[in-house]
Design a protein around this ligand. Structure first.
Ligand code: ZN
Length: 144
């Protein structure tokens, strides 16, 4: 048999998906995700999958509810609530370029957090990120 990833001939069928080794299995796993980028959620370099099958018995993270906001890709700007999110693993360094972060965890409580530093921020500019000036903010408000 010929490995579909590296093209080497192999005899020991380990995975039933035409790969020769653990290494090629992993590579195949991530290539599948690169080929279907919009089916996966990547937050802080961790890949997740939202299972949309409502009849499923076992749910990801024990059915914990997550609000996810897409920041890139075709779903950019969309917010999704799921109780069936599955952990797919940390994106290996070599695939980071093709599997960039495309979403953030998002909830009502987190809405006021600065998108850059995640610090709670109810001001116009985040006081943790920028040169913040209460006086300047007053002026900005007057203009609006
Ligand atoms: Zn191989």
């Amino acid at each position: 048999m010929i490995c579909k990833i590296c093209g080497k001939e192999y005899t020991n069928e380990l995975y039933y998906i035409n790969v020769c080794s653990d290494k090629c299995y992993d590579k195949n796993y991530w290539l599948e995700r690169i080929n279907k980028p919009d089916e996966f959620v990547i937050i802080d370099g961790i890949c997740y999958h939202i299972d949309k099958n409502v009849f499923t018995v076992f749910k990801g993270f024990g059915g914990r509810r997550f609000t996810i906001k897409f920041i890139d890709g075709i779903h950019k700007g969309e917010t999704v609530v799921t109780d069936n999110l599955w952990y797919n693993g940390k994106v290996p360094e070599e695939f980071r370029i093709k599997l960039k972060d495309n979403a953030i965890f998002y909830s009502e409580e987190e809405k006021n957090n600065c998108v850059t530093c995640r610090y709670y921020n109810t001001y116009f500019d985040c006081s943790q990120c920028y040169g913040f000036d209460e006086w300047e903010r007053g002026e900005l408000n007057e203009e609006i």
